[in-house]
Design a protein around this ligand. Sequence first.
Ligand SMILES: NC(=O)c1ccc[n+]([C@@H]2O[C@H](COP(=O)([O-])OP(=O)(O)OC[C@H]3O[C@@H](n4cnc5c(N)ncnc54)[C@H](OP(=O)(O)O)[C@@H]3O)[C@@H](O)[C@H]2O)c1
Length: 181
Amino acid sequence: MATPNQPNKPQHALVIGGTGMMAEVSLWLARTGYRVTVICRNKDRADTLKRTAPPDTLCTHLVDYNDTTKLTQTLTSVRKSSGTADLVVAWIHSNPEAVLQQVEDHLVQGQPYRLVHVVGSSSNLDAIRATINTPPTCRYQQVQLGFILEDTHSRWLTHAEISSGVIKAIKTRDDVTVVGR
Ligand SMILES: NC(=O)c1ccc[n+]([C@@H]2O[C@H](COP(=O)([O-])OP(=O)(O)OC[C@H]3O[C@@H](n4cnc5c(N)ncnc54)[C@H](OP(=O)(O)O)[C@@H]3O)[C@@H](O)[C@H]2O)c1
């Protein structure tokens, strides 16, 4: 019987937080040939993203990732319709370990995958890595958002800079990518 992830099928990417500063990451994945699933809450931003992506490449699911029951239902339904994920790109404000455990339990289910975890500038990468319970089948990468030092002052990253740093991490597969400094 055919399995959802056959070798000739496009790779499936889940992007958590893929409508905001990482919208360009979601669109780049869709244009690169991934089937993209985006989790977010705001319908307008989701619809805009969907309209901008090539036809039939990107699905959005409106769910609060802190709502355990709804997230479980959503991930299960995504797995049934689109198969397990080959790539997960995650920007999660609070309790990322719980959300990512749900992704592992209900979407990935032991299949090999890559997790690109985007974290803020004040995060301790080693401490985060220790709390994220990834199985041996997961290739875990971190992207740390920093800041830009200009002549007389520093500033936060733009959305374009953030997306381009995350895309670079997806391409290079480096363990740690720092965007800015
Ligand atoms: N070092 C830096 O330079 C740095 C670091 C971090 C942030 N920033 C800046 O700070 C700004 C604000 O950050 P932000 O986190 O608001 O970024 P954002 O990426 O613009 O928005 C957060 C993303 O996560 C989704 N999201 C948030 N909470 C969710 C939930 N409970 N359930 C499901 N999806 C959820 C949002 O979708 P919905 O809107 O649909 O919920 C959206 O896609 C950004 O614009 C960025 O430029 C800069």
